[in-house]
Design a protein around this ligand. Structure first.
Ligand SMILES: [Fe+2]
Length: 332
């Protein structure tokens, strides 16, 4: 029997996108705001299991997007939805500071070109595997990314996800033992430098505080171990960057195997993708052929982690990382 809204049974059905994680969600009724508790419970159960949920044609506006995110955050007993308020640039939506603007548009709605190198070069860090806000001492739980206006089909802009829980479970035994109890130090600027070494060459990640997390952190929602390694990881506790790199490289070789990767294609304006940053990694793909030519208006909210692992190994969790101002010639 197919699920029905009226019989009190489950309302949602799922279409598998990858053998081990990620589903497209069907049967979601977005006309009800707030989303009823039973439906919210179904969504939480699904995200705990799958790590990535794709809602086609959700067609939320800014207010609904924020309201749903706040419900998710509230569901976890902590009403705390926060955007990257120190993103280093003004957002297009001053009325909704929770909305993080990940479009290719400037504040006047024009397509970003070479004229804004900080933004263009900084964005290259997003093409590397990461979990949102792993560089902050209070890490993120859910991200909700919504397509408002997509470029023409097949012009790029897919989002890729990586099943870091399955990858963790499938680590070779010797590697598993070797990383047991290790702690990473994480820096936003390290990722930005990896993405655009020349542009950020004068930036020294060690000049700013770093967030510390266990390399293997259990995922509270599923009880499974998760390899919480992102391209924000600069070094291991007690080791230099140089001494940490060989182990990071071995872990990246394992993690980034094709079998752990899911590519989500944005199909329609109004699509919404929700993911769990404490159970998956993700990355933007290169701007393909739309860059500089077509509008790609994407907007994101992020809820903070509410699990017992939310602060990692950070005693002071009151600060947030920001993009350092890059010194260019003539600047002091
Ligand atoms: Fe991201």
């Amino acid at each position: 029997m197919s699920p029905s809204k009226d019989d009190g049974g489950p309302q949602l059905t799922f279409k598998r996108l990858h053998p081990t994680f990620g589903v497209e969600v069907e049967g979601m009724d977005w006309t009800q705001s707030p989303v009823p508790k039973t439906l919210l419970d179904e969504i939480i159960t699904a995200i705990n299991r799958e790590g990535v949920l794709v809602f086609r044609n959700a067609n939320l506006n800014n207010e609904e997007h924020v309201a749903f995110s706040q419900q998710l955050a509230g569901h976890q007993d902590l009403y705390d939805v926060k955007a990257h308020i120190k993103a280093g640039r003004a957002m297009r939506f001053p009325e909704q500071p929770e909305i993080f603007d990940v479009s290719n548009l400037d504040n006047n709605g024009n397509i970003v070109t070479e004229a804004d190198p900080m933004r263009k070069e900084g964005n290259k860090g997003n093409f590397l595997w990461h979990a949102d806000m792993a560089y902050n001492p209070h890490r993120a739980l859910y991200s909700l990314l919504r397509a408002v206006e997509l470029p023409p089909k097949s012009s790029g802009g897919e989002t890729q996800y990586l099943d870091s829980r399955t990858a963790c479970e499938e680590l070779p035994e010797d590697l598993k033992k070797e990383i047991n109890g290790l702690i990473t130090h994480n820096s936003l600027m390290h990722n930005r430098k990896l993405g655009s070494p020349e542009y950020f060459k004068s930036v020294e990640p060690l000049d700013a505080p770093m967030a510390k997390y266990q390399l293997v952190t259990p995922h509270e929602g599923s009880g499974r171990d998760n390899l919480y390694l992102t391209t924000y990881a600069h070094h291991l506790d007690g080791r230099s960057w140089e001494d940490s790199k060989p182990l990071f490289d071995r872990l990246w070789n394992h993690l980034t195997q094709e079998k752990y990767v899911l590519t989500v294609y944005w199909e329609n304006n109004g699509d919404l993708v929700m993911w769990d940053n404490t159970a998956t990694l993700h990355r933007a793909t290169d701007t393909g052929s739309y860059g500089g030519k077509y509008v790609r208006d994407m907007r994101r909210t992020t809820t903070k982690d509410t699990s017992r692992y939310r602060f990692g190994e950070n005693e002071d969790h009151s600060w947030e990382a920001g993009i350092s101002k890059v010194k260019t010639e003539g600047e002091h």
